[in-house]
Write a protein that binds this ligand. Structure first.
Ligand code: PRP
Length: 221
């Protein structure tokens, strides 16, 4: 599929595909799943930071010369969509130790797959911040769009949202592009399609369950 100017797919290097090969294997141990997922998450976070605004900054180097550099031009906030989004928090804090973190808890109904908002807690000044929305899975995009709505109600402009996403379906990306076209998406893989059960194909299983060890099963969603 064409990705569009606000959809950024990580370079599909052999190394990235090898990491996906480990974690997509239904026989992958949880230890390997967490280890290699976290390596991919680190790449996603580093790329996501490239889509935030920077401004010029000059510093004087130890030899007394001027370096014409850059610095972040905006205040930042990260918002994981609990539960799977919390898998990204450890790497986030390694990259941005002092970052503010809001929370949104959205769970899909097991049967209908429709998202339900249970809880939110966001910084009071979030409307003045750029937001890294940590949502690893974009299947129907129902959960992601519900989270974008919650941020919108708090005053966050869609163009100030960068969605950090591990795996996306073409259907999910198209839906975000249609309903929230100003949101930037950074992802490590775009799947073939959604099946009739709204599972991504070839898929990775239930990311939250596999990451947090709440199931022994492989492919579920
Ligand atoms: C999963 C995943 C996403 C959502 C993606 O969450 O973490 O939030 O589904 O599917 P969608 O694009 O069709 O909405 P789930 O509700 O299964 O909870 P979890 O985070 O606890 O795994």
């Amino acid at each position: 599929m064409t990705t569009g100017h606000r959809v950024h797919l990580l370079p599909q290097t052999d190394q990235l595909r090898a990491m996906h090969t480990v974690i997509r294997d239904r026989a992958c141990t949880r230890q390997d799943f967490v280890f290699y997922s976290r390596r991919v998450i680190r790449l996603l976070l580093e790329e996501s930071l490239n889509h935030l605004p920077f401004q010029k900054k000059e510093v004087t180097t130890p030899v007394g010369e001027t370096y014409h550099g850059l610095e972040f031009a905006s205040k930042l906030c990260a918002v994981p969509v609990i539960r799977a989004g919390e898998s990204m928090e450890a790497e986030l804090r390694d990259v941005l130790p002092g970052v503010r973190v809001g929370k949104i808890l959205i769970q899909r109904d097991r049967r209908t797959k429709l998202p339900h908002l249970y809880y939110k807690h966001l910084p009071d000044d979030i409307a003045d911040r750029h937001v890294l929305l940590l949502e690893p899975m974009l299947a129907t995009a129902g959960s992601a769009l519900a989270a974008v709505d919650v941020l919108g109600e708090a005053g966050v402009e869609p163009r100030n949202i960068v969605m950090v996403n591990f795996l996306a379906s073409p259907e999910g990306i198209h839906r975000v592009q249609a309903q929230a076209p100003d949101v930037t998406i950074v992802t490590s893989a775009i799947e073939d399609h959604l099946n009739q059960h709204k599972f991504m194909i070839p898929g990775i299983g239930d990311f939250g369950d596999r990451f947090f060890g709440t199931t022994d099963a492989g492919a579920t969603s």
